[in-house]
Write a protein that binds this ligand. Structure first.
Ligand code: SF4
Length: 212
């Protein structure tokens, strides 16, 4: 993505997941309801100021990337923010855990971005619950359906990210099933990663309160 300016559109750390490997620390608030966190115009102004600053020092930005301390699609204004930021003439990226892909408005917002990265750690419910420790109201089957609908409609650059955690989601059979899903999604690139920083939780430990 070249030089990317990160946009933090979610206060730390509000997420739909409490991934066992999260490098941001424990999820402070788990929720699945989308809401407004900041005024879209305020985000535009902050980004515009930063873009001008970097231009002045001769370091132009290639991507404006929504990569907050939480899940970016919880922001109900995400679509509007993408539209506003397009005025700056810089490509827009969103890195999401895809937990709200069943939500039509989330898909409508993401389709506006030039580059979308989706987390695909697990395709089996039990493994998903162990590694991503989702909010108790989420259902993996609806997320998979929404993800497939999105991938079919999306014409931008689609990436997937799979974090491998030893003994949890890296079994050969499960990885084969992950590969089958990726084959159906047809991303432009599929990243496989391993945690390189200390994770916030132990596999099998209970997720934070409020997740069930
Ligand atoms: S989805 Fe991202 S921010 Fe949320 S818990 Fe997982 S790694 Fe952390």
């Amino acid at each position: 993505m070249g030089r990317s300016l990160g946009i933090n559109n979610i206060p730390p750390k509000i997420c739909t997941y409490a991934c066992v490997y999260c490098q941001l620390g424990r999820t402070i608030k788990m929720q699945t309801e989308r809401q407004s966190f900041y005024e879209p115009e305020e985000i535009l102004q902050d980004v515009q100021d930063k873009v001008e600053e970097t231009n002045q020092v001769g370091e132009p930005i290639d991507y404006l990337t929504f990569v907050p301390d939480g899940e970016p699609t919880l922001d109900i204004n995400l679509g509007r923010e993408i539209e506003l930021l397009k005025q700056l003439g810089i490509k827009i990226a969103v890195i999401t855990n895809r937990s709200l892909m069943w939500h039509e408005e989330v898909r409508e917002a993401l389709v506006k971005a030039d580059w979308v990265s989706l987390k695909v750690d697990a395709v089996r419910e039990d493994i998903w619950r162990r590694i991503d420790r989702p909010h108790g109201t989420l259902r993996l089957s609806s997320i998979q359906d929404g993800t497939l609908d999105f991938a079919k409609a999306y014409t931008g650059h689609l990436a997937t990210e799979t974090m491998l955690v030893e003994g949890v989601n890296d079994g050969e059979e499960h990885l084969g099933e992950v590969a089958d899903l990726l084959a159906r999604l047809q991303p432009d690139v599929a990243y496989l990663a391993i945690p390189t920083r200390p994770p916030c939780g132990k596999v099998g430990a209970a997720p934070p309160r409020g997740s069930r």
